[in-house]
Design a protein around this ligand. Structure first.
Ligand SMILES: NC(=O)c1ccc[n+]([C@@H]2O[C@H](COP(=O)([O-])OP(=O)(O)OC[C@H]3O[C@@H](n4cnc5c(N)ncnc54)[C@H](OP(=O)(O)O)[C@@H]3O)[C@@H](O)[C@H]2O)c1
Length: 324
């Protein structure tokens, strides 16, 4: 069995990893690392796991690990790796943005590979350290990669994406407070969200020149999921765009192109990304839906672990959408 540890296991992405790995047929969880809850049962932070596990949080880690997931806030992963060392064979999967940009990839002699399987599966299969993409970054890149590859991003792409409150982590804040968030919509970080760096990097890598992306992130009054729309001029027909996307995602385990308009709930609680294309005059509208905690974080991290350790990509990720 693969021995796995989760650092930051009391948080939202850490909790999702516990839920996924408890059901994974090839993995045993050996450590749930917490700086604040050492010794406590995991059900103190994740009461839904009652009856499923008697695992406890701990403030120490086994030396012999096959894989370690870092589910920490930005900057804390680097700090954690500076304080703890692991065997060469231990795979490191980081969910923060500490190692996603090319300039940050080399750290302590390890090279972090950017972990978007639809973009570079082979590099992930050979990786020992992995930077898991951001949630908005996943939804938006999957909406735009086929256009970048076919060099169709010639003009500005306008992106609107609305996220649920779990995107902001477990610690309550003014903008996740129920009284403010419920029955409310708002935008934040207009045109300068931190995920634009990794999005731009991937698009430029595919099309050979920078893409212009105007991204307006929004907060929705639901707890999980990202509903993103991207639109830009496109010279071909709708059928040509659909062929482009079908071909690009032909071998993708979790990204599907839908022939009918899509809604968020069809992907919530799954590792799927659903895409839909619509053409109006010369503009192509691409809609992209993911669950921010699964395809946007912990589900994609397990998908990447499967690839890194030579397992079938879908192992442990056959989930059921909430649908309605
Ligand atoms: N939420 C999402 O939808 C999402 C999606 C994609 C990526 N991400 C990224 O994934 C990472 C984790 O996000 P999250 O939403 O799970 O955050 P979270 O709910 O705030 O959980 C983070 C956990 O990290 C631990 N922690 C806090 N400060 C620490 C420190 N200085 N050193 C070690 N541990 C510390 C805490 O657990 P203890 O008190 O138990 O130690 C905390 O529960 C972030 O970088 C985030 O940007 C999140």
């Amino acid at each position: 069995m693969i021995k796995a540890a989760i650092v930051g296991a009391s948080g939202y992405t850490g909790g999702e990893l516990v839920r996924l790995l408890l059901q994974h047929p090839e993995v045993v969880i050996t450590n749930l690392y917490s700086t604040t809850k050492g010794g406590q049962p995991v059900t103190n932070a994740h009461p839904d796991l009652l009856g499923q596990t008697d695992l406890h949080f701990s403030d120490s880690l086994d030396a012999e690990l096959d894989v370690i997931f870092l589910c920490l806030g930005h900057g804390n992963s680097k700090a954690f790796l500076e304080k703890h060392s692991f065997a060469d064979h231990t795979r490191i999967i980081d969910l923060s943005n500490d190692f996603r940009l090319t300039a940050d990839r080399n750290f302590q002699g390890r090279e972090f590979v950017y972990g978007l399987p639809e973009l570079q599966k082979e590099a992930i299969q050979n990786a020992k350290a992995l930077a898991n993409p951001g949630c908005f970054a996943t939804a938006i890149q999957l909406a735009l990669l086929p256009l970048a590859q076919s060099k169709s991003l010639k003009q500005t792409v306008h992106v609107n994406a609305v996220t649920g409150s779990t995107g902001a982590g477990v610690k309550p804040s003014a903008t996740t407070h129920f009284s403010w968030r419920n029955q409310n919509v708002s935008w934040y970080k207009p045109f300068n969200h931190q995920h634009l760096g990794e999005i731009g990097q991937s698009l430029e890598g595919l099309q050979g020149s920078p893409a212009s992306v105007l991204f307006l992130p929004q907060r929705g009054n639901f707890s999980r999921g990202i509903f993103a729309t991207a639109y830009t001029p496109f010279e071909g027909t709708l059928e040509e765009a659909q062929q482009l996307y079908q071909a690009f995602y032909e071998d993708a385990a979790f990204t599907q192109v839908s022939g009918q308009p899509i809604g968020l709930k069809q992907v919530v609680n799954t590792n799927q990304c659903h895409l839909h294309l619509h053409k109006h005059e010369d503009v192509l509208l691409v809609t992209s839906c993911i669950d921010n905690l699964l395809k946007g974080a912990s589900g994609q991290a397990v998908q990447n672990m499967n690839l890194m350790l030579g397992l079938a990509e879908e192992t442990g990720l056959q989930l059921k959408s909430i649908a309605f």
